[in-house]
Structures are given as structure tokens and as C-alpha cells.
Design a protein around this ligand. Structure first.
Ligand SMILES: C[S@@+](CC[C@H](N)C(=O)[O-])C[C@H]1O[C@@H](n2cnc3c(N)ncnc32)[C@H](O)[C@@H]1O
Length: 295
């Protein structure tokens, strides 16, 4: 830590938090205070909120060394979720590795859309297909709120499927969420099942935009989770195009999209014969989810 600070002062939890918050802010890391708390709680092996009752405590040398290394890596742009191996999403805790996308707050809009569709349908026993599950966060969040639904969750990445498997087991949804590995609907293979709802947060960044993304995203998150091809919509196009063959009559598709993709996504849904197409805004006011119904 900084030599500007008098060495006679002990490195208490409170002082470490303040120093680290300022350091991360200078490095332009988003939410520096929260990040400082998450890193220190991880180094001390406690929950974030416990830090408040330990403000005057002085961590031991091993803990300080571990914390210093975490802060150094965070300053270089490594995602906090990778450093501590976890991320909260929809008030659930998920294990995260570099093989999966770190769950984003805007993806909670996809979960909320799914909950609204199921509740409005009056069919609590509906079966749901989630494509592109990654860490399994969307499937688990939906399962946590709708105790009667059953889900099939798929991903093309075998590594992601293993991370999702761990998260599903950890939250006790192993008997309600079935995992399959494969390319979009092909993961269902000969299975002719249809679903009441299909959900997806697919890769939707234009290939040419990937290099312009912030250092921690572009360098540390899997390209396969982000790269949506030349117009960003290559995977979205395939998901929308194949939905009618996998939806029950009256079933709904809901897909997360980029903030500037609403108009094209709407055209894709119309071309695929979906009706009642609507857009749902995220917390920042961006049209983030497109939903359409099979007539
Ligand atoms: C944007 S991430 C979403 C992960 C997670 N659902 C979330 O919201 O945090 C996209 C995921 O889609 C998967 N994926 C990419 N192309 C795919 C394809 N053709 N078929 C199935 N999954 C695919 C990636 O491996 C990645 O896990």
C-alpha cells in the first residue's frame, strides 16, 4: 500500500477499504467501493457485510499479502468476479470461472420478462428452454421464483455446461433444470419437445466492436459469449428463426439484445411469424429484451 501513509498507522479493515476504493477509482474501475469490499471480504474469508463490524480489525500478514495481490490484479482490469470466483445475480450467488460470462445486471430484465410471461399465462407448470445458459444464472433465477416450472438449459461450451451444472446443484435445482450441451436447438437432438417459453441471452456484440470494449471485458471474458458476428445478430437470428418449431402454440420467445438492436430484432421476429412483439427496457432505459408469441 502507499508510502504516503504513515507506517505507524495500522492497516485496519477501514483504512484498507478507503485506500483500495481510491486506488480502483483512479484505475477507472466501476463501483470501486463495492469492488474493494468484495476483494477484502474474499481475502479475509468473510461476507462483505461483516466488514462493517470489523472496521478496526487488523488483518494478518498472510491475509494482507493475498489482498494486495487481488487489488493489483483488479487494477490491471481482471474482473472482480473472476478474482473472487463468484457473482451475485437476482439475489443468488453464482460460481464464476473465466469460461463463462460474468452475469450482468441488465440480464435481470430477461428473468423479469420470463416471470411476467409465465405469471400472465396462468400456466405455472410451463416448461422453459433456456439457450446460451453460461453460468446457469438465468435458469436458476427463473427456477427460484417459479417453483413449478421445469427447464432445459443448453450451451455450446462444455466448460460452461460444467460451471452451470455446479451452480444448479448448489442451488438445489438439479431435479428441475436439465442441462444439454450443443449448438442452439441442436442440443435437443432427436428430442421433439416443445416449450411454453424459450429464453436466451446470446452473444450479440458485433465482431468489429469487440476490440473497442473495456479491457476487462475484451481480455478476460470468453469471445464465444460475446461475439455475435458481423452485425452482432448472427446467433439472435438463428434463435428467432428456429423458435416456432420449438414453441407450443401461444408460447413465447424472449431474447436479450444490444441497446441499439431493437429495430432489426423486431423485423426478425415478424419475419419468423411471431406476433404480439414487444420490447422491454432495462434499468438504464435501453430496449434490452425482445419478446414475441407463436400464434
Ligand atoms: C452472453 S453469454 C450468456 C450467459 C448467461 N446466460 C448470462 O446471461 O450470463 C452467451 C452464452 O452463449 C453461449 N453460446 C454462444 N454461441 C452458442 C451457440 N451457437 N449455441 C449455444 N450456446 C452458445 C456461450 O458459450 C455463452 O455461454
Amino acid at each position: 500500500m502507499s508510502s504516503e501513509v504513515r507506517e505507524s498507522e495500522a492497516w485496519t479493515v477501514g483504512r484498507l477499504l478507503n485506500w483500495t476504493r481510491d486506488f480502483l477509482r483512479d484505475k477507472r474501475i466501476e463501483q470501486p467501493q463495492l469492488c474493494a469490499q468484495l476483494l477484502l471480504a474474499h481475502a479475509l474469508g468473510c461476507e462483505r457485510l461483516e466488514l462493517y463490524v470489523r472496521f478496526e480489525a487488523v488483518p494478518d500478514r498472510v491475509q494482507l499479502d493475498a489482498f494486495r495481490e487481488l487489488v493489483r490484479e483488479a487494477g490491471l482490469g481482471r474482473p472482480i468476479a473472476h478474482l473472487i470466483g463468484r457473482k451475485e445475480f437476482f439475489s443468488l450467488d453464482f460460481r464464476i470461472t473465466p469460461e463463462v460470462l460474468v452475469p450482468r445486471p441488465e440480464t435481470e430484465t430477461l428473468v423479469e420478462t420470463a416471470l411476467e410471461i409465465v405469471r400472465a399465462s396462468g400456466r405455472p407448470l410451463v416448461s422453459i428452454l433456456e439457450l446460451c445458459t453460461g453460468s446457469g444464472c438465468v435458469a436458476c433465477a427463473v427456477a427460484s421464483q417459479l417453483p413449478e416450472v421445469r427447464l432445459v438449459a443448453t450451451d455450446v461450451s462444455p466448460e460452461a455446461v460444467e460451471v452451470a451444472r455446479g451452480n444448479i446443484a448448489r442451488h438445489g435445482f438439479g431435479d428441475r433444470i436439465e442441462l444439454r450441451q450443443g449448438d442452439l436447438y441442436e442440443a435437443l437432438e432427436a428430442d421433439s419437445a416443445r416449450f411454453g417459453v424459450i429464453l436466451a441471452n446470446p452473444p450479440y456484440v458485433k465482431t468489429s466492436d469487440l476490440s473497442g470494449m473495456s479491457a476487462d471485458v475484451a481480455r478476460h471474458e470468453p469471445t464465444r459469449a460475446l461475439d455475435g458476428g458481423s452485425d452482432g445478430l448472427e446467433v439472435v437470428r438463428r434463435i428467432v428463426g428456429g423458435a416456432a418449431d420449438r414453441l407450443d402454440v401461444g408460447g413465447w420467445l424472449a431474447v436479450e439484445i444490444g441497446y441499439d438492436q431493437a429495430a432489426t430484432a423486431r423485423e426478425l421476429c415478424s419475419a419468423a411469424g411471431l406476433s404480439n412483439v414487444r420490447l422491454v427496457k432495462d434499468g438504464l432505459g435501453h430496449e434490452r429484451v425482445i419478446a414475441g408469441q407463436r400464434s
